[in-house]
Design a protein around this ligand. Sequence first.
Ligand SMILES: [Zn+2]
Length: 436
Amino acid sequence: MLSFIYLYCMKSAKLPSVAKGYFAFSMALSSLMLAACPVSSQTYDDPAIKAKAAEIHAAVLTLDTHADVPMYMVSHPRFDLSKTHNSRTTGSRVDFPRMKQGGMDALFFAVYLGQGPRTDSGNAAAKRRAKVLFDVIHRNVADHPDLAGLATTPEDAYALEKEGKRAVFIGVENGWAIGRDLSLLKTYYDWGARYMTLSHTRNNDICDSSTDPKGAEHHGLSAFGEEVVKEMNRLGMLVDISHTSDETFWDCLALSKAPIVASHSSARALYGHRRNLSDEMIKALAAKGGVIQMNMYTGYLKSENPKRVAAMKALQKKYPRVNELTDAEREARSAALQEINTNYPTVLATLQQVADHIDHIVELVGVDYVGIGADLNGGGGVRGMYDVSEAGNITYELVKRGYSEEDIRKIWGGNFFRVMKEAQRVAKELNYFPRR
Ligand SMILES: [Zn+2]
């Protein structure tokens, strides 16, 4: 429950109702992130492992399928992707120099929307917000053609890698971005989106979320949601079931003609959060050729200090609607949050715990169905992989655990790219044989 509240508190900051209030809240968000201790006790300096890992890390294309960089850029208008930032003092976990430093070749930037009102005006606001986030990605990438480029296919990413540039992919997080307008899928596809996470932490018109306190509304996909999945298949846009309920997962798996993905999720067998995927789900996902990308959000990886849980619950009870607070309430809430962070700081999960999830999935279904989706700047970041500059530690940990170069190539992007290509193949087939 705490993890949900924690997530809610962090992610709800992304939809400002008042810009000034939002700025204050984003400051509180930064302090919340900074309250967690980034120092790792694990070291990554065994010379033999380090040398082998460095060689492999440089040889394979590295892809992370989920980062909330656009949200950070919108809330920090002076942020410059081409400059190096200190994650501890700025809260930023990703920029182009740190991607290069960490050997991260490609990253999905999320067009993220916290769930808002499912009314005509709410849906219109979601569409406007999505446009702002697409624009900020396009503009920031276009501003630095020497450092990065937009990518929509695996081939784009390989070409950019060859030029020594970062590849920026786009994914939409929360199907609320289309409201009830199917045609927006094509619009977002044309703007570069290659996956859409069907929901966030609340139910929407497409499907049920895994964490809506009201519980199931559609019992999986709605009738409209079924049309959404069909249209995504026709476009070749990946159906992303991270955040959605189990019933939604099973509906998508049954309906989708292309394999489906979890862009940032973990294994429920290792930590029993309903946002994670059960072994049964992972087996079924793999059987249809999909992939699950490892989230690095502490709330989905380990239990929290019960005192912090209680304090955060009380805070949420006192301020249930974060987006609707007055400036004074917002300030009072920020102060209370600071106090909680001082008294009960979050102790981050470790990269070893993340690697345990990888091991578990590999033992369950093999190495072809797992990847990395760290959720940096969306609450993700663990000890050992606190920001993107530490991405090399992931390879170190995998080498240490005995994974081969070929295994690591698959985990680092090969698996996800296989699914992207399959979605494109299915789209071609569907368009060759038009619907009657
Ligand atoms: Zn998310």
